[in-house]
Design a protein. Structure first.
Length: 232
């Protein structure tokens, strides 16, 4: 079975509390989950946060919303990701960051289809950053990830960035998705990392006239082009 691990923490040096900030009247985590529910069930989603008191609010959100919550190491995010998926006994796990409000649902479905062929250990759309930041999707075989944990957690950078070791060490059988249809979207900042990012996201979502999960890469970039020259 395949599941999705949303990596989230409450503290953030640049945008504290962003995981539970309201956008269009809903917490950021809820918006992400609503998107994912267009592809998987709630039972296939777990929010992986830290066991620090600072993340009690995230645990409370999960309890209130009815989504699974795994609590583990604050610093060793790679280990937290692995343990959250292993506890669920998933064969594959999708890594989604808790500030990625604009997960592309059509892309996620296509990547899941490739991963579930069983031909690859790692499926990603991050290589070369042809997609916007904030639309990153990575899918990894959990038995494979476990076998590589000594390497994946061998440095602070690898522990923090979860899959960095897979790229740098060229580990496993990898399949990469690239954005060839909208080159102008390459590397755009669509993640919630700063107050300016939050304002930009609010502006984009204020243009939505349909449920937010119906807007994917093409529609979001069209809106972004219209507001790009407006002051934040």
């Amino acid at each position: 079975m395949t599941g999705i691990v949303i990596l989230s923490r409450y503290k953030s040096s640049r945008l504290p509390g962003k995981a539970l900030m309201n956008l269009s009247g809903k917490p950021v985590l809820q918006l992400i989950i609503e998107r994912l529910l267009q592809v998987v069930t709630l039972a296939q989603i777990v929010v992986a946060t830290s066991d620090e008191a600072s993340d009690d609010l995230i645990a409370k959100f999960c309890k209130d919303y009815g989504v699974s919550c795994y609590r583990g190491s604050l610093a060793n995010v790679a280990e937290r990701f692995y343990k959250a998926a292993a506890e669920k006994q998933w064969q594959y796990a999708v890594r989604i960051n808790g500030d990625n409000v604009f997960v592309d649902i059509k892309l996620l479905a296509a990547m899941l289809e490739v991963a579930e062929t069983g031909k690859y250990d790692f499926v990603s759309n991050v290589k070369e950053r042809t997609f916007p930041k904030g639309m990153s999707i990575e899918i990894v075989s959990i038995p494979f990830f476990k076998s590589q944990l000594p390497i994946i957690t061998s440095s602070d950078a690898y522990q923090e960035h979860v899959t960095l070791g897979l790229y740098e060490q060229k580990l496993g059988r990898q399949y990469h998705f690239f954005n060839r249809t909208l080159p102008e979207a390459s590397g755009l900042q669509m993640a919630l990392d700063t107050p300016d990012d939050f304002t930009r996201t609010e502006k984009i979502m204020s243009r939505f006239v349909q449920p937010h999960w119906l807007y994917n890469l093409e529609e979001i970039i069209t809106i972004w082009k219209k507001i790009d020259h407006e002051p934040l």
